[in-house]
Design a protein around this ligand. Structure first.
Ligand code: A2H
Length: 253
């Protein structure tokens, strides 16, 4: 927002199975329509490493109509922006089919485009998600995002406290980008900066910046169609592939 518009990629994570408390959403859309959770990311080239999808338990999301066949679960703020970016079929028209509290979505199973989890990933809680950024939904890539790494580890450790099943969070973290520091940069930085919990906001911010810079300027892809390519070169290509496949779109704010 403000002087530096941010160009995100919206990833279409189709809902394969709603959690019990979100089942009612299905009856709010036509039977043939598909419903997606829609994280905003700056790192399309990392989508191979998705292991979960985060929502904030306390945010009230909306189920918005994008076109006849597609509905997106996002914040109201994102819906208002999307309505003016040719993402919704009707310019300026915001049609909300239902509200849904983030906590009611937890445990739902969603498709994660390009991920090695071909049968889908679970929706999990992340308190630190800001309502004022992106879509309020964040896809979890623990190999390359320190925030995601710390959160997924905390979820696995305290599954009961979070009210989730341990196996939704206790997942293998596979390398997807090689940098001079590591092939699992998020974990390496979390250890180096001695980050112990998702509440360690300050060192997490530092880790996030370091991971982003090192990945972008010095990283190489270890997986996917652009294996061996520099991250900086692969990034726009993966983004375009996802867009061409109808699995993503550009979203600015
Ligand atoms: B990124 P910037 Cl692998 N609240 O996607 C908190 N964080 C949010 C958010 C929100 N409402 N919306 C998006 N984000 C996250 C992938 C990724 C991201 C990797 C590495 C770094 C990284 C997988 N998560 O971000 O404040 C999203 O996570 C570090 C830059 O606009 C999005 O990209 O710069 C990024 O923050 C947007 O952050």
């Amino acid at each position: 927002e403000g002087v530096n518009p941010q160009l995100y990629v919206g990833i279409k994570m189709r809902v394969l199975e709603f959690a019990e408390k979100a089942q009612a959403l299905k009856s709010k859309v036509p039977e043939s329509a598909k419903i997606y959770l829609l994280p905003a990311t700056l790192r399309a080239e990392t989508m191979y490493g998705q292991v979960a999808c985060f929502v904030a338990p306390k945010i009230t999301y909306g189920l918005y109509k994008a076109n006849e066949n597609e509905y997106y679960i996002i914040t109201e703020r994102a819906a208002k922006n999307m309505a003016y970016q040719e993402i919704f079929a009707k310019e300026g028209a915001i049609e909300k089919a239902a509200d849904v509290l983030g906590s009611d979505l937890i445990g739902s199973l969603v498709d994660a485009p390009l991920s090695f989890h071909k049968d889908g990933v679970r929706v999990l809680p992340m308190e630190s998600i800001l309502e004022t950024k992106g879509t309020g939904v964040v896809t979890c890539v623990p190999s390359d995002s320190p925030d995601d790494f710390v959160m997924i580890k905390d979820l696995a450790k305290k599954a009961e406290y979070y009210g989730i099943q341990k196996e939704w969070a206790e997942l293998e973290i596979k390398p997807i980008i090689q940098t001079p520091t590591s092939d699992l940069i998020a974990e390496a930085l979390v250890k180096k900066l001695k980050i112990a919990s998702p509440k360690d906001a300050k060192p997490l911010k530092e880790a996030k910046e370091l991971a982003y810079k090192e990945g972008f300027y010095q990283g190489h892809m270890l997986v996917g169609d652009f294996k061996g390519a520099k991250v900086a070169d692969a990034k726009p290509k993966v983004r375009q592939q996802l867009i061409d496949a109808g699995l993503a779109f550009e979203y600015a704010e």
